[in-house]
Write a protein that binds this ligand. Structure first.
Ligand SMILES: [Zn+2]
Length: 204
């Protein structure tokens, strides 16, 4: 039997289908939707995707994404250099920046410790974080803002131990107050996140 859709359309559906949170039905819907948009929109869409490789770099200090290295947050002289907020993903930086409350720096781990998925400390940007606090004695506080999930908690616990070993003078705090257990930080609304940040507790 001949496939119903032309190959160009099928290719696009297959690609959409590989994106997280999109099943085959949504993939087909999106592809057909794009087909109905003006050609200029599709060109803009295609150009935005192809420019991702040149226009986006990972910050060599905090592993945030930006168009320059170091990123605009690490470069910003007005930010509080005594505090580093440690998060799992770039999406968490976006969520915390949206609260408009936090004025310190960040460190993006690139995930959380998850033995089942074979993600250990070496797969995350943990060594650069430890080096960072070793090199920068002006850092006084580390806020552990990993997700309140099993993996996020395990990661926070591990980081607390490692950080305390190399810099016993550091204040190590854990965000969490008001965040529902098992939730992702990037899903929290700015108000809840602001409260979680303000209510952070020192880890003994
Ligand atoms: Zn940075």
């Amino acid at each position: 039997m001949k496939p119903v859709l032309p190959p160009a359309l099928r290719r696009l559906i297959e690609l959409f289908d590989q994106l997280p949170g999109i099943g085959p039905k949504s993939a087909a819907r999106l592809a057909l939707y794009l087909l109905q948009t003006p050609p200029q929109f599709r060109q803009k869409f295609a150009a935005a995707i192809s420019q991702l490789d040149q226009g986006v770099v990972t910050c060599s200090i905090c592993f945030n994404l930006d168009d320059q290295d170091p990123c605009h947050i690490c470069r910003d002289e007005s930010r509080d250099r005594s505090t580093i907020c440690v998060v799992e993903q770039v999406l968490d930086v976006i969520a915390l920046e949206r609260t408009d409350r936090y004025r310190g720096l960040y460190h993006v781990l690139g995930g959380a410790i998850n033995p089942l998925a074979q993600i250990g400390p070496d797969q995350l940007h943990i060594a650069p974080l430890l080096q960072r606090v070793k090199d920068h004695l002006e850092v006084k506080e580390i806020i552990l803002a990993t997700n309140p999930t099993m993996e996020g908690e395990a990661t926070a616990l591990y980081l607390r131990e490692q950080l305390a070993k190399i810099r016993p003078d550091l204040r190590i705090t854990r965000i969490g107050h008001g965040l529902p257990m098992g939730a992702d930080i990037d899903y929290a609304d700015p108000e809840t996140l602001s409260r979680a940040l303000a209510g952070r507790q020192t880890l003994e």
